[in-house]
Ligand binder design. Structure first.
Ligand code: ZN
Length: 79
């Protein structure tokens, strides 16, 4: 598939209203679960992300650990 077309498809997929993002709500980037709990910061990476305004979170459904800004999310976190 053409890379540009693929990019267009991906951006459309991200903008799909199948997934409703509620401002302030954090969704798991892997399973889109809402059972998200704060994770204890550990190591230099967490310290760095904290400086960037992102806090570590943990999904209790699939055990995925990721970073999210406190408050409204503009875009899913990049992995
Ligand atoms: Zn998950």
């Amino acid at each position: 598939m053409d890379p540009v077309l693929l990019l267009w498809y991906a951006s459309n997929l991200a903008a799909s209203d199948r997934i409703q993002y509620i401002p302030g709500e954090v969704l798991c980037p892997r399973c889109l679960g809402r059972d998200i709990v704060p994770s204890l910061p550990r190591g230099w990476r967490d310290a760095l992300m904290r400086k960037l305004g992102k806090l570590p979170r943990h999904c209790r459904a699939c055990s995925k650990r990721f970073y999210a800004r406190p408050g409204p999310i503009e875009a899913p976190p990049r992995l």
